[in-house]
Design a protein around this ligand. Structure first.
Ligand code: ATP
Ligand code: MG
Length: 385
């Protein structure tokens, strides 16, 4: 069986904590591949598991902390054994021989191996050209179609031809936990992913204003949470009934303040839940000045309601940059399904874009906000994913 060789770049830089980061990464891999035999070696993780390659690729390419991985054949650290193994691999896999140009590339993780990397690559290429005369004249060192990699490690040599990209970043669970305000839009799923990728465990909170927003809206957000959970082990979603708060805000205030007051109520509730369930931070999908409620003045007004630190990873992003990530991580197609979001429903034509905090607080006094907020928190639904 081929062995999966897993690389993790940035982790290796965290000197003192490196062992801890590696341990968490191994745990996260084990959680997704419970039947795998996993070993840790300096700078690499090796994984043996009896599953189709496509399945392994789908799983490993979504585990933060992994920069890349390859399916490798393990062979004794001996030049003859290595070249014989390459011959065997090439003989039995005609698809590996159908290139226009190629190179051998070698790396010695263990420098005590007697042949230097460049020399080893050259000897292997020469040997293969001798055995497959059609390879002659096809060596190309810069960007060839096919690269035959040999990695010499302390225990064995590892031979492989492909590198699959991982998401990079840091293992989920090494950086605390955050609660993401997840709407059905394009932005907040991307924001959640970006924080996960930096090592935080992310759970979700969704404000549901049934029947203004149909049940499908909740289903859609739940589906987004499920897609995002592929990047971590498991997650939970708090669903907060938002209808009464929204109705009260509409009833009693100047419509120009509507969105802003809804945002403040959301922040307040998320912060309260965040505190009781010991989250370290909140996450939103806001980007500076994307809409009226995301100008700096508006965000200052909503931010004021949170006692937790609020992460806004998309703050400097243009929409196209966010869309590109949404497509890459697989949330885009779900995000663009046309179900209403509670905030898009009653958007006034002329919202306040430069609100003053003291004005907002004055407007808010007309509301029965705190009782309704408490009630909504009491009626939350918790869904484990
Ligand atoms: P998104 O694409 O994430 O909806 P957006 O650019 O459309 O973001 P808004 O809809 O104005 O912006 O919302 C700003 C942020 O507030 C969202 O990114 C999300 O974090 C949060 N949010 C908005 N509506 C909800 C909701 N119904 N439930 C949970 N969070 C919400
Ligand atoms: Mg939205």
């Amino acid at each position: 069986m081929e062995i999966t060789l897993i690389r993790y770049g940035e982790l290796a830089l965290k000197k003192g904590n490196r062992k801890y980061f590696e341990k968490v990464l191994v745990q996260n891999i084990k959680a997704k591949l419970p039947k795998a035999n996993i070993q840790r070696q300096t700078g690499r993780i090796f994984c043996e598991v009896d599953l189709p390659k496509e399945e392994i690729i789908a799983i490993l390419s979504k585990i933060p902390g992994i920069t890349s991985f390859s399916f490798a054949t393990r062979v004794e650290r001996d030049f003859t054994a290595i070249k014989d193994k390459w011959f065997e691999i090439l003989s039995s896999n005609p698809e590996l021989r159908s290139f226009d140009n190629f190179k051998f590339e070698s790396k010695r993780a263990d420098k005590s191996f007697e042949i230097h990397s460049d020399e080893l690559s050259k000897l292997l290429a020469e040997d293969m050209i001798q055995k497959f005369p059609e390879f002659a004249g096809k060596v190309k060192l810069k960007d060839p179609d096919m690269t035959f990699y040999t990695e010499i490690r302390h225990d064995f040599a590892y031979l492989f031809t492909e590198r699959f990209k991982g998401v990079g970043g840091l293992p989920v669970g090494t950086a605390g936990k955050a609660l993401a305000l997840l709407s059905g839009g394009i932005d907040s799923p991307v924001a959640s992913y970006m924080i996960m990728k930096r090592g935080m465990k992310v759970d979700f909170i969704y404000f549901h204003a049934y029947p203004f927003t149909p049940e499908q809206s909740k289903e859609k957000v739940l589906e987004l949470a499920r897609i995002l959970t592929k990047y971590e082990m498991k997650s939970r979603m708090f669903v907060i009934p938002f209808t009464e708060i929204q109705t009260e805000i509409r009833r009693s205030t100047d419509p120009r303040y509507l969105t802003l007051l809804m945002r403040r109520a959301m922040m307040k509730i998320a912060s309260e839940i965040g505190k009781s369930y010991k989250y370290d931070a909140l996450i939103t999908g806001e980007a500076l000045s994307q809409v009226a409620s995301q100008t700096i003045k508006s965000m200052i007004c909503s931010n004021e309601q949170s006692e937790l630190f609020v992460l806004r990873p998309l703050i400097g992003f243009d929409k196209e940059e966010t869309v590109a990530i949404a497509k890459k991580i697989g949330t885009y197609e779900t995000s663009i399904l046309p179900y209403a979001d509670c905030c898009s429903l009653f958007v006034p034509p002329n919202p306040i874009i430069k609100p003053d905090l003291s004005d907002v607080v004055a407007v808010e006094r007309n509301l029965n906000a705190s009782l309704l907020i408490e009630k909504a928190i009491g009626e939350k639904e918790i869904i484990d994913i």
